[in-house]
Design a binder for this molecule. Structure first.
Ligand SMILES: [Zn+2]
Length: 402
């Protein structure tokens, strides 16, 4: 031990040769993670291969960066300051999760980013998620400033700052609607049918005052934006739905996520290369079923009945044999809903959100037996080394220990 730092205190006695076998090394292939067509990947690979600068950069990455910037070949010295983030995989160069685009494809990529004529800032927010090359921002800006379609449908200058509505906590909890028509077609929101509809579906219908439509400003602005996208795609003879797709996947100004992510918790696929890990879909495991548990089985077609069954045994990590009348069938855990109809087991096993169990199963009983410790813990909160306070899962909040 030459220097006793945090990492060296618990060093291993074995050398790496004996402790790590090739089976234990997990490698991640960035190219596999790119949800883009193989044609586009090979196009990127081809252009990277034929680009002198990309090839020199590849060599420097493979051989190791010189300590001093002046020893780096001049063509790639521009990458020196970000050298720690650069990797090479399957003939493609990456800066973090962003693909480095060779010179010959840059204009093509800018055209793709701007294909729906989304504004400069929106295009930059999109580009920064998956693409990289030195000077990209300036090139994107320059391209858009010269875009004929965009200049034709120039936006009026903003007069006043927008007073924002309070941001609701769930998607769809507050929906703003406005009509977009080319010809007048009547007062849809002000008719008996709509009032009846809102009463039947139990939602509150607020109208903005007819002479002060600005109070519905967020929606009016969205309508303006969508209308402009439609006009531009018509002018360009392009599919307006591709423009909507782009718009929905462009991070909103002031946020680091897009409308698609806010609504669906993930990005939807667009024509731009995007790294899969950016898709933030969250999944969670369903609790294991026990033998004898009563379940309802998902029907093959959505309009059929969910049949009742009893779990016979678990046959695989996520697969079960279920007795249904005289038959035994095998189903995946996803297709089985635990029900309490005939349940004689402890109620603690009800399907519930397991997201609080980050560090293994926690048992209610343990908490009861250790009640005094919990009391102490209330006065002096347990903290991690970094100072974060360790809190018990919120669902124990109303659990009374006596
Ligand atoms: Zn444009």
């Amino acid at each position: 031990m030459y220097l006793a730092d945090t990492l060296s205190r618990a060093y291993l006695n074995e050398t790496s040769d004996t402790s790590i076998t090739t089976d234990e090394i997990e490698s991640i292939n960035m190219v596999d993670e790119l949800p883009i067509s193989e044609v586009r990947i090979s196009e990127l690979q081809e252009h990277t291969k034929n680009d002198l600068q990309m090839q020199e950069l590849k060599e420097v990455i493979q051989e190791g960066w010189p300590i001093n910037k002046w020893n780096v070949p001049s063509s790639v010295s521009i990458y020196f300051d970000i050298r720690d983030e650069l990797t090479l995989q399957n003939g493609l160069l990456f800066k973090g999760e962003r693909v480095i685009i060779p010179k010959t494809l840059r204009t093509d990529m800018i055209k793709k980013i701007h294909s729906s004529h989304i504004g400069i800032e929106g295009c930059l927010r999109r580009a920064r998620e998956s693409l990289y090359w030195p000077g990209m921002n300036a090139e994107v800006k320059d391209f858009i400033q010269r875009c004929e379609t965009c200049r034709t449908f120039e936006r009026k200058q903003q007069k006043e700052t927008l007073i924002s509505h309070e941001i609701p906590s769930h998607p769809w909890s507050k929906v703003g609607i406005d009509l977009m028509t080319f010809q007048n077609n009547g007062p849809q929101f002000d008719c008996g049918e709509f009032r009846k509809f809102s009463r039947l579906w139990e939602f509150k219908h607020d109208t903005s005052s007819p002479l002060y439509s600005q109070s519905n400003g967020k929606v009016e602005k969205a309508v303006q934006t969508v209308k402009r996208l439609m006009k531009k795609s018509k002018f360009d003879k392009k599919d307006p739905y591709l423009a909507f797709l782009d718009f929905r996947n462009t991070p909103t100004e002031g946020f680091d996520n897009s409308p698609a992510e806010k609504l669906m918790n993930r990005k939807t696929r667009t024509l731009l290369p995007t790294k899969e890990s950016l898709e933030t879909e969250r999944t969670k495991d369903l609790p294991t079923l026990k033998n004898g548990d009563t379940v309802r089985i998902q029907p093959p077609k959505f309009n059929k009945e969910w049949k009742k069954g009893t779990v016979k045994q678990q046959v695989n990590i996520r697969s079960y044999e279920v007795d249904v009348g005289a038959r035994t069938i095998r189903r995946n855990r996803r297709q089985l809903k635990h029900t309490l109809e005939d349940d004689n087991n402890e109620p603690a096993e009800i399907e519930r959100d397991n997201s609080d169990f980050e560090h293994g199963e926690i048992n209610n009983q343990d908490h009861c037996e250790n009640a005094p410790e919990i009391e102490n813990a209330k006065e002096t909160p347990i903290t991690t080394r970094s100072g974060r306070v360790v809190k018990p899962p919120t669902r124990f909040k109303d659990f009374v220990c006596e």
